[in-house]
Design a protein around this ligand. Sequence first.
Ligand code: SAH
Ligand code: SF4
Length: 356
Amino acid sequence: MDTEMTSTTKTDLKNLTLLALEKFLQGQGKERFRATQIFKWIYQHDAGSFEEMTNISKELRAELEATACISSLVPEAVEEGSDGTRKYLFSLADGNSVETVLIPIEGRNTLCISSQAGCAMGCEFCLTGTFKLTRNLTTAEIVNQIMAVRRDVRASGEEIRNIVMMGMGEPLHNLDNVIPAIQIMIDGNGLQLSNRRVTVSTCGLVPEMERLGREIPNVNLAVSLNATTDELRDRIMPINRRYPIRELLRACREFPLPGRRKVTFEYVMLGGVNDTLEDAKRLLRLISDIPNKVNLIPFNEHEGCGFRAPTQAAIDAFHKYLIDRHVTVITRDSRGGDISAACGQLKGRLEKPGPA
Ligand code: SAH
Ligand code: SF4
């Protein structure tokens, strides 16, 4: 993301971490400490204009007005599912759109945010993936998803507790914008989320996992494993041909997880494809030397996709196999199913690719 000032465009301050904002102000001959004040106005008071920043001089406000702006997103549509899940559709300035899903779990709101419009990774079972990558979201567009939903949530006296980057796109394919966005989320002067409440989910881009670990060592890592042999994973997740299971697991093992935290392994259960006890057995063998927990996600069917949901019996048997061997397993219910807000069903307002 180019955050440098140019003579023609204003700098959107929501693309800047606190450090970058300090540099921006210094570049204009201003005191660094102003950055903290401005940052707090933006993220804690949700200021949308410089006028509101009453502890900043009129002169500085006027100067900022000329060189900078503060973007925001307003949901274009909100759908609520029968289970309380809420899906927000946001239109971006260039006509693209993204979706964000609020999942209230026992009063603890989890927000599932998008990192790209579409996705380049092309996983066979994923609806977002069938649309290819349209573009990366900017840092501002990532944090604005949170801020727009927070406005809504706060209106009913609640807060967003957890952020999961499991919406549209592959966050590690857009690290240049995702890293500053996470820094803003966890900054004490920013969105003030604890880093243990932010989870990045990846299909397994190994060098980027290493970079994420170096730059934000305390973030939670979720890895979409989804298959237990390279043969199958190559077929359903093309990224595996570049970074096969062995390498992916090595990167998980080396990821700097503090304290007693664990890597979450997501496992989409595809009926008749990867849902047998043999698969469960191999899964356990693969992850057992990594502090782990497992998220079983029954495949959500979507039109035009050859895969099928697993049977309840297959889900139960897989789940039980792991639980009996002391693995922490959560089987996701099909949250948001009736409003297509479930995993892998987000698509923004993207048109289906035409027949080839
Ligand atoms: N690109 C990242 C994050 C977004 S996908 C990743 O792949 O991890 C979030 C999760 O949804 C992944 O675990 C993915 O495997 C899963 N998923 C994709 N399509 C799905 C579908 N149709 N049904 C159930 N889960 C799906
Ligand atoms: Fe992209 Fe994740 Fe979907 Fe794969 S599962 S296509 S990486 S969004």
